[in-house]
Design a protein around this ligand. Structure first.
Ligand SMILES: [Zn+2]
Length: 129
């Protein structure tokens, strides 16, 4: 038997829950409050399944990690494509982008968006060119 899941459906992502799954819908802005409510009630063996666009999914995962959830307890299912969140390696500004090479809106450096995701920021690293 698989472990029960709490499914977080982000921004109206469609989820067909399995027999051991409970679904909560939320927006990335609500992730902190929802996780503060849910995480203390989860027992050992629970898993978090986050379903949402790549950007939103990573933001919700970062919120869960910040509240003590373990990376191996979390799966993120990406649906659709809403670009990426970039963390500027130079000035630490965080902003959304659809491209692979961007200008940081804060420090105006040209950045290349790395494939690596910082779990803590829920964002891709933007490396100055
Ligand atoms: Zn910057």
């Amino acid at each position: 038997m698989s472990a029960p899941h709490l499914v977080l459906a982000v921004d109206g992502a469609e989820v067909r829950p399995g027999p051991h799954e409970r679904v909560r819908e939320l927006s990335p802005d609500e992730a902190g409050a929802v996780l503060d409510d849910e995480l203390p009630r989860l027992t050992t063996g629970w898993r978090l399944r986050i379903v949402g666009t790549p950007r939103a999914g990573l933001l919700v995962r970062a919120a869960a990690l910040a509240r003590g959830a373990l990376d191996e307890e979390i799966t993120v299912e990406a649906v659709g494509d809403d670009g990426r969140t970039v963390f500027c390696a130079h000035c630490h500004h965080v902003f959304p982008t659809a491209g692979r090479s961007v200008g940081c809106p804060a420090c105006e450096l040209a950045l290349v968006v790395d494939d690596h995701v910082s779990p803590r920021h829920g964002a891709h690293l933007g490396v100055p060119v």
